[in-house]
Structures are given as structure tokens and as C-alpha cells.
Design a protein around this ligand. Structure first.
Ligand code: UGA
Length: 340
């Protein structure tokens, strides 16, 4: 099988590439703006990398969509700070650029595995979110945070419509707060624009305060990246065509915790790390109003738990890595890669 991955150097892209090359005989054709996370895979004869931009290298993309069996368009802005700071770029990249790719998939009747998101459920009140039943709830327009959710939702709907009318084949997968090595860069965390787990780890590392937005009672279910990629590999293999035109949550409902619990747990793990046991000071944990941290356009999601029955049934998959292990492995890899 030949797989095209746009955004191959991103968090999901580089982990997926590693596992495909290690565990299958498939070939990967990948494009990204840089290659710093791809390491030794760049030398693998089954990996074909080009440095490029989806807004510019359109001919390369069209040629490879035609040539490959499955297309994974993973290019997107996926950090909430940027949704409120630069909603137009989110729209351009996450919606328009990806729509172009989807239209090419239609042109060549390809199979697309598209990264939808847990964010499409928004402020849905269900205790567990179900792919084919839950209502998708977003806030008012002035709360610009929702632009990401809306862009992804509209693409989900467009892909669904093309798929159910036979113009392409799709699987929409919805990651729920995947975490792991190289989730976001230290540089993004220094700017305060990375996702919560890397943001907290970076604050501990830099001895800056950990900020709990609005008190930190909001909850997430954190999923270790190796578990998530395991599900994604089964989607790509698509044995018995079980994933054809399906939407599938990929998350770990067992790993639910509040942002405050997350801060406490990461601080404990950091203090117990062999290189940091003897530090003189550690980050304090403080509370900050959402408006101060993110700005006026932000609105939070208070609880977000996936129902994963569909993934269990269709893929025979369930997540294995618990919360503390997931955080420990994420923290340790961050420290290893960033310590001088
Ligand atoms: C994320 C992002 O939108 C995407 O990465 C993705 O599509 C999706 O959810 C997912 O990974 O499933 P969210 O979980 O809100 O959204 O993103 P984080 O930035 O990781 O924030 C999680 C929670 O921590 C939020 O409630 C936020 O207010 C809080 N937070 C964040 C803090 O309390 N302090 C911080 O320093 C940063």
C-alpha cells in the first residue's frame, strides 16, 4: 500500500510514519515544511520525503494523490491559543487548503483518512460523545475559539456527502487529546501557545508558574500517542472494509482528569525525576482567568469524554496506556530532548 501523508513531520504524522515503517511493508510519501522530527526514517527506502508547502506544491500533491492508495491530510493549526489569535489562518489552512486536497481525492476516487477532532462535539452535554448520535454544540461567533471546530465540522460534512454519494471513500477519525513525545515544541511553549500537557511540562522545566485557566476544573481524557497510532494503523489496514465511510473516536475514556489534577500529577512526576529531585525550587500552581490567558474570543469545553464502542467493534482496538504512564513517558522524552 502507498500512503500519502501531508504534514508528515507533525505530531501524528511522524509517529504514524515511524510505526508504518517499523510494522508494515507499506510505503510513505510525505510532505512538510521541515523534517526535524523524522530522524533516521529519512534514510528508509520506503519513505519518500519532500520539503514543501500545501499552499504552493500543488502539482506534487495532485500527482501523489493520483499515485497513492490512501491520503492523510494532516496539515492543520491545532492549538487553541492560535484559534483566538489568528482565526483567518486557521480557516485558510484547516479549511480551504484541506478542501483542495479533498477535491483532488474526489477527482481520483481515492480513499481518505481524515483527522476530524474531538473539538467538533464542542460543548455537547452528553456524558460520553458518540460519533453518530451526539449533537455538535458551539458558541457565538464572537467566541472565535470555535472557528477550528466549525472548519473541521464543515469538512467532515463535505467529506461525508462526497463519500456517501460514491465520489471518494473516507474514514473520519477523531483523536481525543493525544499526548506523547514531541507533541509541541519548547519554542511554542515558551510563547505560551502549546497544548496543555506540553505547556505544563515546559513551565516546570523553565521554573515558570503553571497556570490553571479558570481554576482548572475542566476535564479531558488524555490518550497516549502509541495507543492512538495503533487504532490509526487498523483504520489504514481497513480489513474487511470495516472502516469504509465511518466516523471513529480514538480516545481513552479511562484517562479522564481535571486540568488541576493534571498539573499536580505532572509536578509530582517532575519532582521525582532523577535529574530534578534536588532542584532548589519548583513551579508554583496558580489560577488565571481565561480572558487573561487566551483573550476575549475564548470559551472552554468543560468535559470531553469519548465513547469508544465503535473503535472496539470495528477495529478490535482498545487503549492500553494509563494516565500516569502516558504523562511520565511524555515528560521524560521532553526532558531528554530539551536538557542541555
Ligand atoms: C485541543 C485542541 O483544540 C486540539 O489539539 C485538538 O483538536 C483537540 O483538543 C484534542 O487534542 O483532542 P483543548 O483540549 O482545549 O483542545 O486544548 P489544550 O490547549 O490542551 O487545553 C486543555 C485545557 O487546559 C483547556 O481547558 C485549557 O483552558 C486548559 N489550559 C491550557 C490551562 O489550564 N493552562 C494552560 O496553560 C493551557
Amino acid at each position: 500500500m502507498k500512503i500519502l501523508i501531508l504534514g508528515v513531520n507533525g505530531f501524528i504524522g511522524h509517529h504514524l510514519t515511524q510505526r508504518i515503517l517499523d510494522e508494515t511493508d507499506w510505503s510513505v510519501f510525505g510532505m512538510d515544511l521541515s523534517d526535524d522530527r523524522l530522524g533516521k526514517n529519512l534514510q528508509n527506502p520506503r519513505f519518500h520525503f519532500i520539503e514543501g508547502d500545501i499552499a504552493i506544491n500543488r502539482e506534487w500533491i495532485e500527482y501523489h494523490i493520483k499515485k497513492c492508495d490512501v491520503v492523510l491530510p494532516l496539515v492543520a493549526i491545532a492549538t487553541p491559543k492560535l484559534y483566538v489569535e489568528d482565526p483567518i489562518s486557521v480557516y485558510n489552512l484547516d479549511f480551504e487548503m484541506n478542501l483542495n486536497v479533498i477535491k483532488q481525492c474526489v477527482k481520483y476516487h481515492k480513499r481518505v483518512a481524515f483527522p476530524s477532532t474531538s473539538e467538533v462535539y464542542g460543548a455537547c452535554p452528553d456524558p460520553e460523545f458518540k460519533e453518530d448520535e451526539s449533537t455538535l454544540v458551539v458558541g457565538p461567533i464572537r467566541k472565535e475559539r470555535w472557528i477550528y471546530s466549525c472548519c473541521k465540522q464543515l469538512l467532515d460534512r463535505v467529506i461525508y456527502a462526497y463519500g456517501t454519494r460514491g465520489h471518494l471513500e473516507f474514514t473520519l477519525f477523531r483523536p481525543f487529546n493525544w499526548i506523547g513525545p514531541r507533541l509541541d515544541s519548547l519554542y511554542a511553549a515558551k510563547e505560551g501557545s502549546s497544548r496543555v500537557v506540553t505547556q505544563f511540562i515546559a513551565e516546570l522545566f523553565m521554573k515558570r508558574p503553571i497556570t490553571l485557566v479558570d481554576g482548572g476544573s475542566q476535564k479531558r481524557c488524555f490518550t497516549y500517542v502509541d495507543d492512538g497510532i495503533g487504532a490509526l494503523l487498523r483504520i489504514l489496514a481497513n480489513e474487511g472494509d470495516v472502516c469504509k465511510n465511518q466516523i471513529i473516536n480514538i480516545g481513552n475514556p479511562e484517562n479522564e482528569c481535571s486540568v488541576r489534577e493534571l498539573a499536580d500529577l505532572l509536578k509530582k512526576l517532575f519532582i521525582n525525576h532523577p535529574d530534578h529531585r534536588a532542584d532548589e525550587t519548583y513551579s508554583e500552581i496558580i489560577e488565571v482567568p481565561a480572558q487573561t490567558y487566551y483573550g476575549e474570543g475564548y470559551q472552554d469545553i468543560y468535559a470531553r469524554k469519548p465513547n469508544i464502542e465503535k473503535a472496539r467493534l470495528l477495529l478490535g482496538w482498545s487503549p492500553k496506556v494509563g494516565l500516569e504512564d502516558s504523562l511520565r513517558m511524555t515528560l521524560y522524552s521532553f526532558l531528554e530532548e530539551n536538557e542541555p
